[in-house]
Write a protein that binds this ligand. Structure first.
Ligand SMILES: [Zn+2]
Length: 88
């Protein structure tokens, strides 16, 4: 008897077409901008400057990397400011 290799009936992309993408936050770039990945088809999205979700293209990955660096240095400065200011 031969074992038949049954492939799953639903390929991830089809699953997403039927049930919608299941996005999970994979990266927090700034307070407003996040990167999302669909756990089924691995499609990636990001938030653009208007707050809309758009496809995460290499160009946007680059922008996000820059944003992240700016954001990190800014929050670092804010943290120091809070620590040096008198308590409420
Ligand atoms: Zn998907």
């Amino acid at each position: 008897m031969r074992k038949s290799t049954n492939k799953p009936a639903l390929i991830p992309k089809m699953y997403c077409n039927l049930f919608g993408h299941d996005y999970q936050v994979t990266k927090k770039v700034t307070y407003h901008v996040k990167e999302y990945t669909c756990c089924h088809c691995k499609k990636q999205l990001t938030t653009n400057s208007n707050g809309h979700l758009i496809e995460l293209t290499p160009k946007f990955k680059e922008i996000n990397a820059i944003l992240e660096r700016i954001y990190a240095s800014r929050t670092e400065r804010t943290k120091r400011k809070i620590m040096s200011s008198p308590a409420y």
